[in-house]
Structure formats: C-alpha cells, structure tokens
Design a binder for this molecule. Structure first.
Ligand SMILES: Nc1ncnc2c1ncn2[C@@H]1O[C@H](COP(=O)(O)OP(=O)(O)O)[C@@H](O)[C@H]1O
Length: 343
C-alpha cells in the first residue's frame, strides 16, 4: 500500500481525470421481505428489508456520477436464502431486478451460496442472473460441452482495449448447488467429510482449516485449467485482468472462514500470470483488503446486508493506464491501487 502522503497526491473526488472507463461494485445484498435478524454468531445485525433501500441509493448515485459506470459488478448473494423458506424467491428476485436495472447499464452477476439456496443451477442459467449472455463467452468445462450436471459458470469480456474482467465460479466444487447424483457433488461431499468431522457441515468448530464448511466451495481442475488458458492469452496480449468470484482467495483479505476451499491453488494461478492486477470478492460481510507479494490487490467488499441503514457499502472503480482508483461509499474506503509492474 502507498504511504499516506503518497495517497493524498491522488485525491478521490469529482475532479478526477477522465478514466478509460468506470464500473460499480456491490456485494451481498441478500434482500428478503423479513424483519431484521442476527447473523449465525449473533455478532451482526442483518437488515433484510433495508438492503433494497441501500441498493436504490447506490443506483441513484451511480446514475448521477460524472462518468456513468460502464457496467455493475454484483459479487453474489443478491437475495437471501430465507426467501426459499418463505417461497418468495421469484418475488424477491423480481423486486431486486426492478431496482438494479433502473440504471440501464449491464449488470454482471456472480453466483454466491444464497443463489444456490434459492435456485438450481439450471434455473440460474435460464434467469437474468446468467449475465454471460451480455458480453463475452460463457465457457463450460471442456469435456461436457456446457450442459452437463458438472458444468461451471465462468466467463470473461473486455470492457475496453487492454482490459479484461474474468468472472469465476467459486461453487464449482461444492455440495450446495450441485445435483446429488453429479460427480462434483459426490467428490465435494467426500472432501468435506474428510476435512470437517462435525455433524453440522456448516460448523467450523474445532477445525484446523475453518474454510471447510458447507457454505463455501472450490474451483475444479477443469475450471482452473480454463482460467489458466484465459490468463495466458491475456499475458501475451499485454492486458490487465481483474478477476472476480464470490469467495476470497487470500487469507489476509478476509476472515479465513470465508476462503475458497482450494485457495492456495487458485492464488498461485493468479499470481503466476502478470496480467492479473486485482481479485474482487464478497461473502465476508466485514470486507477486507490486501496487496499480496506479487502485487495483486485483493478487495473483499463489505456486504450490504449487514450495513446499517444510515450508512452505505458500494464503490466505483476508475480505470487508468497505471492504476485503478476505488471511490468507496460508507463502509468502503477510497483506495488508489497501482497495477503490479506499473512503476
Ligand atoms: N458457525 C456456524 N455454525 C453452524 N452453522 C453456521 C455457522 N455459520 C453459518 N452457519 C449456517 O450456514 C449457512 C450459511 O450461513 P450464512 O451466515 O447465512 O451465510 P452468508 O455469510 O453467506 O450470509 C446458514 O444456514 C447458517 O445458519
């Protein structure tokens, strides 16, 4: 990170020089039409109804920015799992879509654990939450052609020459969201049982690796190979790539309970490609930030669901030749983030 004095040289305000493009980022809205309640550990309030108001506020601010965002990156958990219990999944999704699409800018959706509490992968693929149709190519695991029980939801696109956004599927290797008869479900369950002997697989009690809980997942070898191929091409083309997934991949950017199951492999892959400049995640509602030893910026966005009604938690990223500038709102701090190898 830059020393404080250096940071001040790059003010984050409306006077900023014109960027190549900007985009909005928001995480863990988890809307439900139910009263406020606590998280599992009873340490944080969840504002289920107010999350829609905070989303409305974010949309209004993005609409009034000098540079209207080219797209919005929605980092997953758009509606809460409680909607499934109350049979309100479709209705809540419709309400959230009504707000989010008022901006008339494309929204790129990541799938988090709460998407799988509400919908099957097939339903997600057929809904507007499948944003791969917007731009870029949806690529499924190569051996199955895209429509098998084991295919994953990952794609990439170039918002501006020399820049690329790569959305990855953190629940590719997972118990939730996978059909119990699928190969990936069977293998994930085996791994989860090995790593987590607790009866309740959502409980991290007494685990040495607390990330091995049911509400997390990992990246399959097929997806990792595909990611590797995409990044190799971007390296050759001198692109800057921002990668996004629901689950964080660096232990210093999050509470370790929220990490991707096989984060060491994913991290090593990202670090080995000089094109990768940043990784965006949600899931950990407290947020986090860390620049790793390779210079990759790890940004974990605070969750809207646990953001007090009088505050906010979203950001706008301004893309320049040598840096990204995060203009944060509410709980999200401003940051000037130089690309690795840019100085
Ligand atoms: N420490 C824990 N022990 C047991 N179950 C837990 C624990 N933390 C969360 N859970 C359960 O795991 C599921 C996902 O947790 P939740 O907090 O809703 O996820 P998120 O952080 O994505 O909102 C819920 O059913 C929740 O009750």
């Amino acid at each position: 990170m830059l020393p404080e004095a250096e940071m001040l040289k790059y003010p984050v305000n409306e006077e900023m020089e014109e960027p190549f493009f900007t985009f909005g980022v928001i995480a863990d809205i988890q809307y439900a039409d139910i009263d406020n309640g606590y998280n599992y550990t009873k340490t944080r309030m969840r504002y289920y109804r107010n999350s829609l108001s905070l989303l409305q506020g974010a949309i209004q601010e993005w609409a009034s920015e000098r540079f209207v965002p080219q797209f919005i990156l929605q980092l997953g958990d758009l509606i809460d799992g409680y909607n499934f219990t109350y049979k309100s999944s479709e209705l809540s999704l419709k309400k959230v879509f009504t707000e989010i699409y008022k901006l008339e800018t494309p929204v790129h959706h990541i799938w988090g654990n709460h998407e799988f509490y509400n919908f099957s992968r097939k339903q997600l693929m057929e809904s507007r939450l499948n944003s791969s149709r917007l731009q870029g190519t949806l690529t499924m695991s190569p051996e199955d052609g895209g429509d098998s029980l084991d295919s994953f939801y990952s794609y990439h696109f170039s918002p501006s020459p020399k820049f690329r956004l790569l959305l990855i599927d953190s629940y590719d290797f997972s118990v939730i969201g996978r059909d119990p008869s699928s190969d990936k479900h069977i293998k994930s369950l085996k791994l989860l049982k090995q790593k987590n002997p607790n009866e309740d697989k959502n409980s991290p009690k007494d685990l040495s690796e607390t990330r091995f809980v049911q509400f997390n997942g990992g990246i399959s070898a097929a997806q990792l190979n595909w990611i590797n191929d995409v990044l190799e091409t971007s390296d050759k083309n001198n692109e800057k790539v921002m990668v996004a997934g629901h689950l964080p991949v660096h232990p210093d950017s999050t509470d370790p309970i929220c990490l991707t199951w096989n984060y060491p492999e994913v991290l090593a892959t990202l670090q080995s490609h000089p094109c990768v400049v940043a990784y965006f995640a949600g899931h950990d509602h407290d947020g986090g930030y860390f620049q790793d030893q390779s210079g990759v910026h790890h940004l974990t966005f605070n969750g809207i669901i646990e953001t007090p009604p009088e505050s906010q938690a979203f950001g706008t990223i301004y893309i320049y030749e040598d840096k990204m500038v995060l203009r944060g709102r509410g709980l999200i701090p401003d940051r000037t983030l130089f690309y690795r190898n840019s100085k």
